[in-house]
Design a protein around this ligand. Structure first.
Ligand code: GLA
Length: 368
């Protein structure tokens, strides 16, 4: 009897040990979050003085949760996600993940640099999407928590020459900082030893209502982009840069997502060409849920934003709270260079050369 009790107690202690959150720095905790590929995964949490909490897993450099206090004393999680690693190992469509080496599509998984043609893994029909079969969203990143005036998590990953078909060893560093102004600043840096396309982004799916049974069709959206890049039936840009004026793509003034979505075949899944700005980190998109009063502002150094209205979500996956993730349960605002740039000489270049430094910043500010 005594022995059983002792045994049970030690089991509980061991179990607790696995899930214990350790405070590693002011505003940063860390816990073991399971294992995959024979490597341990950790979950970090960054918090600020206003009670905003962002959780980031070393698997995929994934934002698993991003929550804010509500007026009634509860919390609202504004992104899709799971509380366990298992949810991510089941390969959901990039929930919260860091995307690389190349965010979005490369036509036929092929491109040519200096007369050499490279063939990438194709994982979206005949095209390459979001870095391939095992992109940066499915690898384990090395983590270093630091307090660089604000709680910060630095993730790094070395992608080997030939990985998913890409040339060159690419070292990427993605830094997440949470400020007391309720901003999550994500800085992306990379360097290579052979010329390669690079286009890093984050694939968080937002629903500012905090309850995914409310669709995002009622959210109001503004995008500071007077042009967009039209696509073919496989979502590869045609190469045109088209004026949004008079089209359902005109979000230069606020519109609800649902207002004109029926006029866009398949829903929004398009790259917006952001207007030139003098500010080094300009405000490029604003998303609002008028019911809760929550607003997300997106600032970026990138020339484009992929606005994806969650068209392929189909209710088969359940969110952390067990609710089905239906079509338009959440939307993405992926800051990026334009899709298929390696094959579109008219688009800003995405080729990083040895000796060059890739450096982009995206800042999300949540007002609640
Ligand atoms: C991006 C793409 C979409 C889709 C999602 C993931 O937003 O543009 O077409 O692939 O990722 O499902």
């Amino acid at each position: 009897m005594k022995q059983t009790a002792l045994f049970l107690t030690s089991l509980i202690v061991i179990a607790m040990g696995c899930n214990t959150e350790t405070k590693v720095k002011p505003g940063i905790t860390k816990k073991d979050w399971g294992e995959t590929d024979g490597k341990k995964v950790q979950l970090f949490s960054l918090t600020n003085k206003n009670g905003v909490e962002v959780k980031i897993a070393t698997y995929g450099g994934t934002i698993t949760s991003w929550s804010v206090p509500t007026k009634d004393g509860n919390r609202a999680d504004i992104v899709l996600g799971f509380d366990t690693l298992g949810g991510y190992l089941a390969k959901p469509p990039y929930f919260g993940a860091t995307i690389g080496r190349y965010g979005n599509r490369i036509a036929d998984g092929k491109f040519t640099i200096d007369n050499t043609t490279y063939t990438l893994a194709t994982n979206n029909g005949k095209n390459h999407l979001h870095g391939g079969i095992k992109g940066f969203d499915k690898v384990i990143w090395d983590a270093a928590p630091v307090v660089d005036s604000v709680p910060t998590l630095i993730l790094s990953y070395i992608s080997k020459d030939g990985e998913e078909g890409y040339p060159g060893n690419l070292k990427s560093i993605v830094q997440f900082s949470l400020t007391d102004d309720n901003e999550l600043v994500i800085t992306y840096d990379a360097q290579t030893d052979k010329a390669t396309p690079v286009n890093l982004t984050n694939h968080s799916y937002f629903n500012l209502t905090g309850d995914i049974s409310n669709s995002i069709l009622g959210h109001k959206l503004l995008i500071n982009g007077s042009n967009y890049t039209p696509v073919d039936s496989t979502l590869i840009p045609t190469g045109e840069i088209k004026d949004v004026k008079g089209t359902p793509f005109d979000f230069t003034t606020m519109h609800t997502v649902g207002e004109r979505i029926a006029d866009v075949k398949g829903g929004y899944d398009h790259n917006f060409v952001l207007n030139k700005a003098t500010d080094p980190l300009p405000l490029m998109a604003v998303l609002t849920d008028t019911v809760s009063g929550r607003t997300l502002e997106v600032y970026t150094t990138e020339p484009g934003i992929q606005f994806y209205s969650g068209n392929f979500l189909d209710g088969k996956i359940k969110n952390r709270d067990g609710k089905p993730i239906n079509q338009h349960s959440a939307l993405c605002l992926e800051t990026q260079h334009f899709p298929d740039s390696p094959n579109k000489p008219g688009f800003p270049s995405t080729i990083l050369k040895p000796g060059e430094k890739y450096h982009t910043i995206t800042k999300y500010k949540i007002k609640f």
